[in-house]
Structures are given as structure tokens and as C-alpha cells.
Design a protein around this ligand. Structure first.
Ligand code: GTP
Length: 593
């Protein structure tokens, strides 16, 4: 395709503002799919994405509109996947900024819009959901101008749901977004925008060609990875697959090259011709590192091999999560896994449970600590509280910090500030923009990974939004808190906490465990301890014998049912110092309240 006829754009939107619905409309209007094929949202094609209503993997679609080729790049909508977002944006020249006419501008939108502005994008504001009775398009127009600082006088008023403003959006893309630049005669230079595993095609790689041409049969080199591959397919999604002879400068499309694992095709890498390579790789390549770690153990030890296989299979499609084998005194064999964030963790956990039918125990999530050892013995990175060195060998512990931007309506501000204070936050800035406060806080990541986001949402009835970036490690007064059940340490529940919050955390944990662990025939002490010092304690009183007697005294069927239930339940129990802890208790106990 001729450069002047190409338009590459992405859609920036806060979760739920209508990105997927709009994308579907654009595909439908440009004839990519029939009405019948549109029955379900096309771009969000994973079950979990659909259920949670969020986009996890970036996708792209090629649209034809009035003699032009429009490439729509879908971007993930969550802070955990910020790097992927940045690469998708780097592959475009413009963006639609979709803002809900009833909700207005939110923090997540802001973060992405600023990135888009940094990439010199032409931004077309789209005020969506104007069909809603609560829509206030004029107010939102002002918000876009005031908060984001871009001209919104020519914003398109739209309803993705009712199909209003769709052609206007397509025309605006052609008229306002600049065509890409590139040199067809220069050596091939293309950016690896995304990659995923397809059971039929193998690893599929989404590319944006900058210079030169990429074609079938070509030997290409991945510059960061240092590997070469033979291209066996080139094409585009409409959204159905269409094979093409080649992709020229400015074009977005896919290639396959018989690659087995996505780990070999890292987002942000530069592709070039192996025989005639470009002298300079594209800037901005970054190897994404997991930031949150936890142990995953099979409830039934016999499932270990199945877990290994399932994890390896998932890893084929997700290079950003890591795993290595781990053994725990209490939980047996499992894996220590690293994730980009808590949502990422939940997605993987859910897929293992649902798609691979595994019952899992997840240990307390932990961030990566840096530990300086005494006597100049160097520094270690700690991914697992269980591996914490002896306190006498520790000079200093450093924890990761983030800078968070929270957007919240005035009426909820008080409780949000309180939450941030409780989590050891340092307020950096507080400004008001049209009835909303924008608060900037520095927070230890450790205080955020558990339930910060949930608390934020519930305290603000869903109105607060949150975005963060990492700002490095800082020293802190951190200690390892262990949990003992019937005098036995439960390593899966140990965690690293700040000394100032240790008691509150410890108390909360033992209280929850008291509720969650069923009574036994004997008394069970539950303790939280730092080193040898108990900081919180609860006791589960013994079950009275006659209670059981009564319980099993009934008719035969009921008795049998009870026994069966008990047997089933047993498989999901773990024994600690002869105490059985139900699996749910772990999960519930780890949800900090
Ligand atoms: P993520 O994939 O999480 O980023 O969400 P999204 O921005 O893609 O939102 P999605 O398109 O899934 O829409 C969210 C909700 O808003 C859905 O229930 C849609 O049906 C609804 N919605 C989208 N557009 C409109 C619209 O123009 N009017 C109304 N009334 N509802 C809409």
C-alpha cells in the first residue's frame, strides 16, 4: 500500500468507556465482518477478558475506508501491561481518545494520553455514550480541554452502542491522522509490537514496518534476541486472517516463522533483514521484569506434573511471567512464579484453575526486596519471604516504591487520603480539577499489591481511578512475619512487612485464620511472630465431643452423605501440626482486609 493511503491508530480509553464496542462498530461499518459474525465482541477474544471486560493482549485489525487502509491497534487496558501499551502506541501516528460522556476523564485515560502525546500522536477526542440520559458531552468536552490540555472543539460525539458518529470517526481518522513515513529502499527495519501463541499457526508476531519490506521466504534477524528466522507467512487481520505477499513501510501486519515460544519474540525488538541488516535498532527495547511473586502449589500433590505442564503451556504464550520450581515444608512441590502485577497473577491463576482444571494454593504475593548483607557480603534479591536470610546477616532491606496518581471525586477524598496514609504513603501533590481531586502519592509497592485497588474502589463506590509507575527501591524497617498454627510455622503464610504495620497485619491475619480454620478435637493456638517474638495470638477452642456424636447420629443416608462430603473435603485440606487447614482458608486469609 502507498504510504499516503495508510493510517495507523490506537484507541485510548478508560476501562468500560466503550473501546471494544467502538472497535467492533468500526469493523462492522468498514465491512470486515457480517452482522452474524459480529455476535460477540471480536477484539476481546479471550474468555477471561470477556468476563472481566478488560483487554489483555493487544490485537490489530486492518480496515478499508474510502480508498485508505486503516490499521486499528488495540491496546491492553491495565497498568500491569504498561510496556506493551507503550510499544503499541509507538507503532501508530494517531489515537482516538474515547471518553464516556457520563463518566468524564479518568486517571488511566490520562496516563495513556500523555504517552500518546509523547509519541507525537494526533489525538481525536471521541465523546462516547451520548445516548445515555446522564450524558453530559459539553462538560466532558471542557474536561478534556482543561485536564488533558488538548483542543476538543472538534471532538466527535458518538454512541458506539447505537452506531452514532461512526462514519464521522472514520473520516476524521483519514483527514486528521498523518500518514506514516518510511523508506522502501532502505534495509528492513520493523518493530515487534506483540506476539502470541496460536495452536494452528505457532507463534504469531505482530509487526510495524518502519523501512524496507518484509516478505515470505525472507531470512530475518531479531536484533535484541540475536536470532535469525525464515518467514513462512505474512498477512493482516481483517479481523479474519488474510495472507499477503509482503508488508511495506508504514504497514502493520503479522508474520510467522516457525517459532515455538513467545519468549523468543520479545515485544519491542527490532526485526531486520539477515543479509542486509539496518545499522541501528529501534530505541526503547526493554526486557519486562516480573514485579510480584508468589508460590503456586497443587492442592493434590499428585497434580504436580500436571501443574508443570500447564504452567509451561501458559508460558508459551506469555513471556512476561516467570516460574521456577519451589519446595515448601508445608505445601510440598510447587512453583515460584513472577508476574507483572496482581491482575496478571489473578489471570494466570484463573486460567490454571479453569482451563487446566487444577486446584491450587497460592502463597502470599511478595514484591522483590533487595537485601544488603553484613560484612560486605554483597546484595541479594529476595523473591520469597521463606528465603529471608538470618536477621543477623542483614545490613539493610530495601523495598520497591511506586508513584501513584489517583483521581477521585471530592466527597471520597478523605477516605482515600486515609487509606494512603495507612499504607505508609507520602503525599506529593493534591490539586482540584472541576469537582475532582488529583492526588499524587509515593507508596511502597508492598502496601499496594494486596488489596489496595479493591479498597480504593470500594471506598469511592468505584469512582476513584489509579495509575502507577515504579520509582526504585528504598531502605525500610522491614521484618519477616511468620504465622504459626498449633506451634508449627506455615511458610505459605509468612510475609515481609513494615515493623510499624506488623502488629495490625499480624492481628488481622490470626483473627481471620481463627474464623477460617474449623474446630478440632483439641485447642489450636494461632500466632503471628517476628523472629521468636509473638505479636498476635488467637486460640481456636476445642470441639465438644457430643457435637460430633449428635452430628453423626442421624439416619443412614445423611450419615453417608456427611462422610462423603468429609472425604471430598479432605482432599482440599492441608495438615499443619495435625491441624487441617481448608484451601479456601489460605486464599481468604491472604486477602488483607
Ligand atoms: P475494556 O476492554 O475493559 O477497556 O473496556 P472497553 O472500554 O472496551 O468497554 P466496552 O466496549 O466493553 O464497553 C463497556 C460497557 O459500556 C459495555 O457494557 C458496553 O455495552 C457499554 N457501551 C459501550 N459503548 C456504549 C455507548 O455508546 N452507549 C451506551 N449506553 N453504552 C455503551
Amino acid at each position: 500500500t502507498e504510504l499516503s493511503k495508510i493510517r495507523n491508530f490506537s484507541i485510548i480509553a478508560h476501562i468500560d468507556h466503550g473501546k471494544s464496542t467502538l472497535a467492533d462498530r468500526l469493523i462492522q461499518r468498514t465491512g470486515g465482518l457480517s452482522e452474524r459474525e459480529m455476535s460477540s465482541q471480536v477484539l476481546d477474544n479471550m474468555d477471561i477478558e470477556k468476563e472481566r471486560g478488560i483487554t489483555i493482549k493487544a490485537q490489530t485489525v486492518r480496515l478499508d475506508w474510502k480508498g485508505h487502509v486503516l490499521n486499528l491497534m488495540d491496546t491492553p487496558g491495565h497498568v500491569d501491561f504498561a510496556y506493551e501499551v507503550s510499544r503499541s502506541l509507538a507503532a501508530c501516528e494517531g489515537a482516538l481518545l474515547v471518553v464516556d460522556a457520563a463518566q468524564g476523564v479518568e486517571a488511566q485515560t490520562l496516563a495513556n494520553v500523555y504517552q500518546s502525546i509523547e509519541h507525537d500522536h494526533e489525538i481525536i477526542p471521541v465523546i462516547n455514550k451520548i445516548d445515555l440520559p446522564s450524558a453530559e458531552p459539553e462538560k466532558v468536552r471542557h474536561e478534556i480541554e482543561e485536564i488533558i490540555g488538548i483542543d476538543a472543539s472538534n471532538a466527535v460525539l458518538a454512541s458506539a452502542k447505537s452506531g452514532i458518529g461512526i462514519e464521522e470517526i472514520l473520516d476524521a481518522i483519514v483527514e486528521r491522522i498523518p500518514a506514516p513515513k518510511g523508506d522502501a529502499d532502505a534495509p528492513l527495519k520493523a518493530m515487534l509490537v506483540d506476539s502470541w501463541y496460536d495452536s494452528y499457526l505457532g507463534v504469531v508476531i505482530l509487526v510495524r514496518v518502519i523501512d524496507g519490506t518484509i516478505k515470505k521466504g525472507q531470512q530475518i534477524k531479531f536484533m535484541a534476541a540475536g536470532t535469525t528466522h525464515l518467514i513462512d507467512r505474512v498477512g493482516a487481520f481483517r479481523p479474519k486472517i488474510e495472507q499477503l505477499p509482503d508488508l511495506g513501510p508504514g504497514e502493520i501486519g503479522f508474520i510467522t516463522a516457525q517459532i515455538k515460544e513467545v519468549a523468543q519474540a520479545r515485544v519491542g525488538d527490532t526485526l531486520t533483514d539477515a543479509k542486509r541488516p539496518t545499522p541501528h535498532a529501534l530505541p526503547g527495547f526493554k526486557e519486562v521484569q516480573p514485579v510480584v511473586f508468589c508460590g503456586l502449589f497443587p492442592v493434590d500433590a499428585a497434580d504436580f506434573e500436571k501443574l508443570r505442564e500447564s504452567i509451561s503451556r501458559l508460558r508459551l504464550n506469555d513471556a512476561s511471567f516467570s516460574f521456577e520450581m519451589e519446595t515448601s515444608a508445608a505445601l510440598g512441590f510447587g512453583f515460584r512464579c513472577g508476574f507483572l502485577g496482581l491482575l496478571h497473577l489473578e489471570i494466570i491463576q484463573e486460567r490454571l484453575t479453569r482451563e487446566y482444571d487444577l486446584d491450587l494454593i497460592t502463597t502470599a504475593p511478595s514484591v522483590v526486596y533487595k537485601i544488603k548483607l553484613t560484612h560486605n557480603n554483597g546484595e541479594i534479591e529476595l523473591h520469597n519471604p521463606a528465603d529471608m536470610p538470618d536477621p543477623t546477616k542483614i545490613e539493610e532491606i530495601e523495598e520497591p516504591w511506586i508513584q501513584a496518581v489517583i483521581y477521585v471525586p471530592d466527597e471520597y477524598l478523605g477516605s482515600i487520603l486515609k487509606l494512603c496514609q495507612e499504607r505508609r504513603g507520602i503525599q506529593k501533590n493534591l490539586t482540584y480539577v472541576g469537582g475532582r481531586a488529583q492526588v499524587t502519592y509515593e507508596l511502597p509497592l508492598n502496601e499496594v499489591v494486596f488489596d489496595f485497588y479493591d479498597r480504593l474502589k470500594s471506598l469511592s463506590k468505584g469512582y476513584a481511578s489509579f495509575d502507577y509507575e515504579q520509582i526504585g527501591h528504598r531502605a525500610g524497617d522491614l521484618v519477616k512475619m511468620g504465622i504459626l498454627v498449633n506451634e508449627e510455622p506455615v511458610d505459605a503464610l509468612s510475609m515481609i512487612v513494615h515493623r510499624a504495620t506488623a502488629e495490625v497485619r499480624g492481628r488481622g491475619m490470626v483473627e481471620r485464620l481463627k474464623e477460617l480454620i474449623p474446630r478440632h478435637l483439641f485447642k489450636i493456638p494461632i500466632q503471628a511472630a517476628i523472629g521468636g517474638k509473638v505479636i498476635a495470638r488467637e486460640t481456636i477452642s476445642a470441639m465438644r465431643k457430643d457435637v460430633t456424636a449428635k452430628c453423626y447420629g442421624g439416619d443412614a443416608t445423611r450419615k453417608r452423605k456427611l462422610l462423603e462430603k468429609q472425604k471430598k473435603g479432605k482432599a482440599k485440606m492441608r495438615e499443619y501440626g495435625s491441624v487441617s487447614i481448608p484451601q479456601e482458608a489460605f486464599i481468604a486469609a491472604l486477602r488483607m482486609g
